[in-house]
Design a protein around this ligand. Structure first.
Ligand code: C2E
Ligand code: MG
Ligand code: MG
Length: 717
């Protein structure tokens, strides 16, 4: 028994010892494993940057476990500490509560939340992402403890927000943005890139940047070289997917990696094609006239200044031609501004063509053009050019297939260095000379001289005086007889206007009629002339001289403005003169200023029974075709041709041709300015109908002329 007891006790001891040994061995092993695990946990905790938390729901106690570096040996310490529940941001509280409840109810196996907390209570909110789950329940199965991890995601969230903003910015940028790899292949593009280049992201990605190269210019490789620099910007022509060339402003930035090597390139492109075009257009507008495409005043001044500098250096001459279209206002008024514009364009072309492409023709506005002539051998060459320009206007300007119009220029010339040294003065003097050309009868040129300034002043004074000329009764008419070569008697007279001013004395019509036309006063003056002439005619017939005809000169302005036929009808009625006794004289240029309007006004006059004569025939450019269309009765050969009869065979030929031509159109042909018996004889021999001139009689006062008309005139047969 004892032995058995002993054996049992011994066995028990051994078993206990074995168990003890085992326990110890396992305990020792467990201790090692536990320590290793704790180490792993510490490192993992530190490495993950997470915090462990443990929350007792009943006691509302929170424990935090956190790994921190300690000391210089970088040993890690895990600290577990009781913590106060951090303050949750008011905006995030409801969602946090909702998520927690869902987990506690068992709806969600995991509790997750991302919310803002203020751990220090100092208003410094940080974002925490929290994961956890129930780790302990009470006997009734209700959750008692939760544990899990938490992590500060503030920096991530900021980075995220930045990324979102950046990508949104890229999406909404109007500039094309492309990211290229080190081989300059596309790795990313934004929507604006697609819009500007026409390549979608799918089409662009992986392809080389050189696909945008502009053809032929090889800029791509140049661009590639430039791209090797880290920053570069400039304007480059590129080709869109559809082949259209666009000018792009390119900004390039190389993005170096940590080692300083450029692995990516960001290229920002903006399409500046339109902008450049607009700039060019602006520059063009600033320097060129939009209507005629000629240089404008500012470019002219620049070129003139440069021409002067050159001439000064080389000792040459510069001429400025100031050109104004005659009676352009009437073209504008009667035909409308659209037609006026077409006339200006056609005139611009004609001037440029006449002077040649090597000289600058500019439009200063309105109907004023300026020509700068450089490299003149002698100043007289400027006059040759002016003559050429005037001759170039002899042919009508064609406005379109059906319409043409004849206009003429008056030209003033000033010279460097003779008249002035600076552009403004030269232009001013050329302008003055142009006015003189107008005063000299238009369709001509004048070279500036200092005395012109005096003339211009006189003109201004005269213009002022002219305003009151009718009311002051300073005007009068003189009458020059017209002699019929068929009937050998005086058949009528031409009324010629005279102006006698107390201060300036007698002023010739060639001086003041252009002035009256320019100021519009010719309307009032012209009406006075018509009335006065008809009154005289009436008096003559009362004195017993019946059947005489009276010619009255009418200006282009009277034809274009107002209602000439109505005025005539009224005056004829007032004075009781038979319409057949009256004849209007119009110069060719007056009729040609606007052939269409002239024709209709003259028709209306003819309907009244009034005759119509072309005055100064041969000096203008009227073609037979025009004359045929006009309701004319009389042709007056200009005294320029008559004066040289018997001396100049050319003038003789012209005169005899005009007589024949007039007769072929059933017109009465009158020769003006007949001063010699020889001239008269020639005219009689060639069948001219009537003559007028000092050989018969000069112009006379009304009474004197009446006496002349009353006695028979002896003219050699
Ligand atoms: P016109 O109608 O051709 O008139 C003829 C001009 O020649 C007149 O000059 C006349 O005096 C001049 N004359 C006449 N016979 C001879 C001659 O044998 N030899 C020379 N050398 N000259 C002669 P005037 O009176 O100085 O008139 C000049 C121009 O003024 C006229 O040329 C006409 O175009 C214009 N004019 C005259 N009166 C009027 C008028 O009442 N209204 C308008 N609109 N113009 C007028
Ligand atoms: Mg006349
Ligand atoms: Mg005449």
């Amino acid at each position: 028994m004892t032995a058995a007891l002993m054996a049992f006790a011994g066995g028990l001891l051994i078993a206990v010892l074995v168990l003890l040994w085992r326990w110890r061995a396992s305990h020792l092993h467990q201790h090692d494993a536990l320590q290793a695990r704790e180490e792993h946990l510490t490192v993992a905790l530190w490495g993950s940057g997470e915090q462990f938390w443990d929350f007792d729901l009943d006691r509302r106690e929170l424990h935090l476990l956190q790994a921190t570096e300690s000391g210089a040996d970088l040993g890690l310490v895990v600290a577990s500490q009781r913590a106060t529940l951090p303050l949750v941001h008011p905006h995030d509280r409801a969602s946090l509560r909702r998520r927690l409840r869902a987990h506690l109810r068992g709806d969600e196996p995991l509790f997750t939340s991302e919310h803002r907390v203020d751990p220090e209570g100092d208003g410094n909110w940080i974002w925490m992402r929290v994961h956890g789950r129930t780790v302990q329940r009470d006997e009734r199965g209700r959750p008692r403890r939760l544990a899990g991890t938490a992590r500060d995601t503030t920096a991530n969230r900021h980075a995220d927000a930045e990324r979102r903003i950046a990508s949104e910015v890229l999406r909404s940028m109007s500039e094309a943005v492309a990211v290229l790899d080190r081989e300059l292949h596309f790795v990313a593009v934004n929507p604006a890139f697609t819009q500007i280049t026409g390549y979608s992201d799918v089409e662009a990605l992986g392809r080389p940047f050189t696909m945008l190269d502009s053809e032929g210019e090889g800029r791509g490789s140049a661009l590639r070289q430039d791209m090797n620099r880290q920053h570069w910007q400039g304007n480059v022509w590129m080709t869109r997917r559809d082949g259209e060339e666009i000018l792009c402003h390119v900004k390039h930035n190389g993005i170096p990696d940590a080692g300083g090597e450029v692995n990516f390139h960001v290229v920002v492109l903006s399409d500046i094609t339109e902008q450049k075009r607009a700039e060019q257009e602006l520059r063009y507008l600033a320097n060129y006239d939009a209507l005629t495409s000629l240089p404008n005043r500012s470019l002219l001044s620049e070129r003139l200044a440069r021409a002067i500098v050159r001439a000064r250096r080389e000792g040459g001459h510069v001429a400025v031609l100031f050109l104004d279209l005659d009676r352009f206002k009437d073209v504008n008024d009667s035909l409308g501004h659209a037609t006026g514009d077409r006339v200006l364009r056609a005139a611009a072309e004609r001037v440029q063509h006449a002077v040649g492409p090597q000289h600058t023709v500019a439009r200063l506005g309105g109907d004023e053009f300026t020509v700068v002539l450089e490299g003149l051998g002698v100043p007289a060459e400027a006059e040759d050019v002016a003559r050429r320009v005037i001759e170039a206007f002899a042919l009508p300007l064609s406005l379109d297939e059906h319409h043409e119009i004849t206009v003429s220029p008056s030209i003033g010339i000033s010279l460097f260095p003779d008249h002035a040294q600076v552009p403004t003065e030269l232009l001013k003097h050329a302008d003055t000379a142009m006015y003189q050309a107008k005063a000299a009868g238009r369709r001509t040129w004048q070279v500036y001289s200092a005395s012109m300034d005096e003339t211009i002043r006189r003109r201004a004074t005269l213009a002022g005086l002219l305003r009151r000329v009718v009311e002051r009764e300073e005007l009068s008419l003189v009458y020059q007889p017209r002699y019929s070569l068929h009937e050998d008697r005086v058949v009528g007279a031409e009324a010629l206007l005279r102006w006698r001013n107390p201060e300036f004395g007698s002023i010739p019509p060639d001086d003041f009629i252009p002035l009256a036309e320019d100021t519009g006063l010719i309307m009032e003056i012209g009406e006075w002339v018509l009335k006065e002439a008809c009154t005289t005619l009436r008096q003559w017939s009362e004195a017993g001289l019946d059947g005489l005809r009276m010619s009255v000169n009418v200006s282009a302005i009277q034809l274009l403005r107002g209602d000439l036929a109505a005025t005539l009808a009224r005056i004829l009625a007032e004075t009781g003169v038979a319409s057949g006794q009256l004849e209007l004289e119009l110069t060719e240029s007056a009729i040609m200023a606007n052939v269409g309007r002239s024709a209709s006004v003259l028709h209306a006059c003819r309907v009244l029974g009034v005759g119509v004569a072309v005055d100064d025939f041969g000096t203008g450019y009227s073609s037979l075709a025009y004359l045929k269309r006009l309701p004319l009765t009389t042709l007056k050969i200009d005294q320029e041709f008559v004066g040289d009869l018997t001396r100049d065979p050319d003038d003789e030929a012209i005169t005899s041709t005009v007589i024949a031509m007039g007769h072929s159109l059933q017109l009465t042909v009158v020769a003006e300015g007949v001063e010699t018996a020889g001239q008269l004889e020639f005219l009689r021999d060639h069948g001219c109908d009537e003559v007028q001139g000092h050989y018969i009689a000069a112009a006379m006062e009304r009474e004197e002329c009446l006496a002349f008309l009353a006695r028979p005139v002896a003219v050699p047969a």
